[in-house]
Design a protein around this ligand. Structure first.
Ligand code: GTP
Length: 377
């Protein structure tokens, strides 16, 4: 697995915007669903308590349960857009996990002073399993290692709290077993949670990437370009689009067939992807055309991309000749383009100017010089 794909499972800071958005939506939906389920189960269990405990004890437990039910209902009903994106998802997730934690502390406090026998003892023992249930709950969410580790502190803290309160339990083999069991459940849950992230990332990748070139599909890329354009307008930062088109690509297909054409196209796309920064976007605009979106980059800085491309090359045709590209560059502020599509159109027009100037050229401004990209023998 490539490092970038592995990093996606470790920290949310390495996630592409699309994955962050989908993950946030999934976490919120799952948290709401589980909150509703737990509210129902917590309420229904009041009847079990009354059936096995004496009414005074069942009554005290019922008060705690009713408070938990209200709290779960609040998690379910939290307004979805109170905070945007992952922040909203985290708020709901933490609230959902905090409720059983507080419930556990309160019910253990109540049960600690009671001596119960028979079936009641069995039911009372179930109350001490809440930390394991919390650890298992991690598995329900598409979350990464860092997030799992933070959530795992809750059940760990609860178990440690129980142990430290009773000095006779410290170092006790049964308690050590309990910790091992908790680590085991947490490990399995973390693995399940990460698998969900991986699946989500793969599905998003499949839906948004062009399978031949690995570049963003035009539809999904255009949505991200729109977002970058608005961001750049709001923050006043530059935004450049470089429109690149392979030169005389039809001749490759005609001479060596479509399969070889596909290989040449995918090698050129790889060269483009490897020449941009990680924060840039490479869209397959159509056929052998690519739109490179360079946030926080002005037209002058974009020439560095052309320099990197010159050094790296865009691949070779089967006859050994270098594949060349014609590139048009436009920048939102300098070219005063009012919309994202106007920015792409201008870059596209300049790409045609580069074609007319003899191909293998890059054009930056209207009426500007068409600079040669690759030095050909
Ligand atoms: N193999 C392959 N060919 C493709 C694909 N998409 C588009 N093409 C081909 O790309 C070629 C583009 O041809 P033209 O638009 O004439 O452009 P060109 O030959 O590159 O010439 P200039 O752009 O003027 O330098 C066509 O033959 C398309 O069939 C693809 O996914 N795979």
């Amino acid at each position: 697995m490539k490092f970038a794909r592995l990093a996606v499972l470790v920290s949310p800071r390495r996630h592409p915007e699309m994955l962050t958005r989908r993950r946030a939506l999934a976490i919120v939906a799952l948290a709401r669903g589980l909150a509703l389920l737990f509210a129902g189960l917590t309420l229904a269990w009041v009847a079990v308590d009354y059936a096995v405990f004496d009414p005074a004890l069942a009554g005290r437990l019922a008060v705690v349960r009713l408070i938990a039910v209200v709290a779960f209902a609040m998690v379910w009903g939290m307004p979805p857009r109170a905070v945007s994106g992952l922040a909203s998802a985290y708020a709901r997730l933490l609230a959902l996990f905090a409720i059983p934690a507080v419930f556990h502390v309160a019910t253990q406090e109540i049960l600690r002073t009671e001596s119960v026998e028979g079936l009641a003892r069995g039911i009372a023992a179930a109350y001490s399993l809440v930390p394991y249930a919390i650890a298992a709950g991690i598995a329900a969410f598409p979350i990464v290692i860092v997030e799992c580790a933070i959530l795992a502190l809750l059940p760990l803290g609860l178990l440690a709290g129980t142990t430290l309160r009773d000095a006779t339990l410290v170092g006790n083999a049964i308690v050590l077993d309990a910790f091992w069991l908790l680590f085991l459940i947490t490990g399995a849950s973390t693995f399940a949670a990460m698998s969900q992230v991986r699946l989500l990332a793969a599905l998003i990748r499949q839906a948004t990437r062009d399978p031949l070139t690995g570049c963003l599909r035009r539809e999904s890329g255009a949505e991200l370009l729109e977002a970058q354009f608005r961001l750049s307008q709001r923050s006043g930062t530059p935004l450049t689009v470089a429109f690149a088109d392979l030169d005389r690509f039809k001749a490759v297909n005609d001479a060596w067939g479509h399969e070889v054409g596909d290989q040449v196209l995918s090698a050129a796309a790889r060269a483009l992807r490897e020449s941009v920064r990680e924060s840039d976007l490479v869209l397959r605009w159509g056929g052998e055309e690519f739109a490179l979106v360079l946030p926080d980059t002005d037209a002058k800085a974009a020439t560095r991309l052309v320099d990197r491309l010159r050094e790296r090359g865009a691949g070779q045709r089967p006859d050994g000749r270098a594949v060349t590209l014609s590139i048009g560059i436009a920048e939102r502020r300098a070219d005063a383009t009012p919309t994202a599509s106007a920015l792409v159109d201008l870059a596209d027009q300049r790409m045609y100017v580069a074609k007319q100037a003899g191909r293998n050229r890059c054009v930056h401004s209207c009426g500007g010089e068409a600079r040669i990209i690759f030095d050909l023998p």
